[in-house]
Design a protein around this ligand. Structure first.
Ligand SMILES: [Zn+2]
Length: 291
């Protein structure tokens, strides 16, 4: 089941939406078999304190999500496992999707923002606070536009769906009805020069970020999901082309980008995967605190 998490509501109203999901899960016949509960939340997260501060949900700042969900009577003593949503997606693609069989991989979610998670030595890399892989906020254009995070020229500001649409419009693209990323992708597929250029610029930024990551920790595959990846070849063709340019070192010659396999529920699947490791040999359920 799904419940909206309206961004402008109070912290308690948002928690109530989460509780409604737990209520529904607890009423399901399989609940007795559930041994752990996984949460994939928009970040930043703080795994040490079990708290979340999703950028798009102002009412939740250092919100104690693990403690709050654990306090639900139906949970009893079941462990509650928190992860960032992109890290959860990486866990899912590694276990069940396009990164299966790869000991080292980078998994990206490119939609209204750009998130990513890392698999290193066969394991999900959470980082000290749970925010490892924040690829959207590395600078790929040092003198570029200011980013809300405080830096300049962040990858997210160039490669997100919003940025692609904005750039296409600035180059003279005329939207059919709604100016959104699927419309830019359709125009690019039809050969519209501005739309092609907008995807090419996003692909170049993504390639620079992926190549830098690969040079740093040696990965051979980048799995790209999220709404922008739905553009298919319009994105992946320039992306792999630019990867060849930026990942120039001989040890990076196998690096390539592929579409994610698990679709919009990959965060849920990943949260379950991570919860499973907290409760071995157990079934599990999950909550998605997605944006
Ligand atoms: Zn930034």
């Amino acid at each position: 089941m799904r419940r909206a998490t309206p961004a402008q509501e109070s912290a308690d109203t948002l928690l109530d939406a989460v509780y409604q999901v737990v209520n529904a899960l607890a009423a399901a016949p399989l609940w007795e078999d559930v041994r752990a509960l996984g949460i994939g939340s928009a970040g930043p997260v703080d795994l040490a304190h079990g708290s979340v501060s999703p950028v798009n949900i102002p009412a939740w700042r250092d919100f104690p999500l693990v403690e709050s969900v654990s306090a639900h009577p139906a949970l009893a003593h079941r462990p509650v496992v928190l992860a960032g949503d992109a890290v959860a997606m990486a866990a899912a693609e590694h276990r069940h999707g396009a990164a299966r069989g790869h000991g080292d991989a980078l998994c990206l979610v490119v939609s209204t923002g750009v998130g990513a998670g890392l698999i290193l030595d066969g394991r999900v890399r959470h980082g000290l606070t749970g925010n490892a892989g924040h690829l959207g906020h590395i600078s790929v254009d040092f003198d570029g536009e200011p980013c809300p995070c405080g830096a300049n020229g962040c990858l997210e500001g160039i490669a997100s769906g919003t940025a692609i649409t904005r750039h296409a419009l600035s180059l003279g693209w005329r939207p059919p009805a709604t100016a959104d990323t699927p419309a830019v992708a359709a125009a690019a597929r039809a050969g519209d020069t501005a739309a092609v250029a907008a995807f090419d610029r996003a692909a170049r930024a993504l390639a620079a970020g992926i190549a830098a990551t690969a040079a740093l920790v040696e990965i051979d595959i980048a799995v790209v999901g999220g709404g922008v990846a739905q553009a298919g070849d319009v994105l992946f063709s320039p992306l792999n082309h630019h990867l060849r340019r930026y990942a120039a070192m001989p040890f990076l010659r196998h690096l390539h980008a592929v579409p994610a396999e698990l679709g919009p529920d990959s965060g849920l699947v990943g949260a379950a995967t991570l919860a499973e490791s907290a409760a071995p040999a157990a079934a599990n359920l999950l909550i998605d605190g997605r944006r």
